[in-house]
Design a protein around this ligand. Structure first.
Ligand SMILES: O=C(O)CCC(=O)C(=O)O
Length: 335
């Protein structure tokens, strides 16, 4: 420590303290209301590990804003293949009676295809840089317990209310993250998710009381207050990048005014100390289970999966039944 209490890196230069912008030029100033982008080098992509400078940037973005874009870590051609599948899948979905729409908006829950193998890409489901990011933010031995997806349907006219996916009592600490993988370029033009930077620091005090299905949203008062300083924004996320967000972050599915669907995969990870009950389903006897077990080995990630007969899996692929609520271990106590 220097006499003025700073460490070596922020040592006064010519009698003047370095500005935050000089110290971390890749960290956009808070008032710019722009998420941090972390771009790994070819070497980091090969090793599957971020270097120290990118770790510093990533953690700064996550702790300050609750969201970071991990740039260009998936081959976009792989996402084209999944997107093609989803276009056909959406036609089937839309023909279903009583199709459930998330918050009544033109946004539906759809799981991505895990089989046949031509749809299972390691850089989507077993991405080492993603796993490294999860471990950096949530600590070692995080569990992976959600695979789902959201489709913002074309020509949307109704948006979702601002909400947090942490709809239960939760600690004021990172305990769950969602990796959103858009299967197309996403921006305000086609309904990229509205995100409210820094709102992961709020807790249930900002939420409406839970409705019949446990759903809540952010109260009008809190939204109006935040709107004055750091309103929600729609990020531009290139196909191949991941929108990595703390589950507590306020966000909303907004109208996709374009002619094409905007699908995004959602992979969810929980801190090892969070006693959630969720598991994701995989089709049995297809090799998916084994591939995930092998692909997560040594990566500090424990996948929690249930194998189902393929027909049953297919029926439940689009289920809207994820819950992050903690397990009650005995009456009245959660630990
Ligand atoms: O699809 C999106 O952009 C976000 C959807 C969402 O937040 C939800 O359905 O709860």
């Amino acid at each position: 420590m220097s006499p003025n209490g700073t460490n070596g890196t922020t040592e006064p230069k010519h009698g003047k303290m370095m500005s935050q912008n000089e110290y971390m030029p890749d960290l956009p100033a808070k008032h710019l209301n722009t998420p941090v982008e972390v771009t790994p080098s070819p070497e980091e992509k090969t090793t599957g590990h971020f270097n120290d400078a990118n770790i510093k940037l990533f953690l700064s973005g996550m702790h300050r804003d609750g969201v970071v874009i991990l740039k260009d870590i998936i081959n976009p051609d792989h996402l084209d293949v999944i997107n093609e599948f989803m276009i056909e899948d959406t036609k089937n979905e839309l023909s279903k009676e009583n199709l459930y729409k998330n918050f009544g908006a033109e946004n539906i829950q759809q799981g991505p295809p895990l089989t046949p193998p031509k749809y299972f890409f390691d850089d989507v489901y077993l991405n080492k840089l993603l796993f490294h990011a999860v471990n950096l933010y949530l600590g070692p031995n995080a569990t992976w317990n959600m695979v789902s997806g959201n489709n913002a349907l074309p020509h949307g006219v109704k948006r979702q209310p601002v909400h947090s996916d942490a709809m239960c009592n939760h600690p004021p600490a990172p305990f769950y993250v969602v990796a959103n993988v858009y299967t197309c370029d996403a921006s305000a033009a086609n309904g990229s998710t509205e995100i409210w930077l820094g709102t992961h620091h709020f807790n249930t005090e900002a939420q409406t009381p839970p409705g019949p299905k446990g759903e809540t949203h952010i109260t009008d008062e809190y939204v109006a207050e935040r709107q004055k300083t750091l309103p929600g924004i729609q990020p531009t996320v290139k196909k191949g990048s991941i929108l990595f967000r703390d589950m507590r972050l306020w966000h909303a599915g907004v109208c996709n005014k374009s002619d094409d669907m905007r699908f995004m995969i959602a992979l969810g990870f929980s801190a090892s100390w969070w006693h959630g009950t969720a598991k994701f389903r995989v089709p049995a006897e297809t090799g998916v289970f084994e591939r995930i077990i092998h692909g997560t080995k040594g990566q500090g990630i424990t996948p929690l999966m249930i194998e189902l007969p393929p027909e049953e899996y297919e029926k439940l692929r689009d289920a809207h039944d994820f819950s992050d609520v903690e397990k009650m271990t005995y009456e009245g106590e959660i630990f």
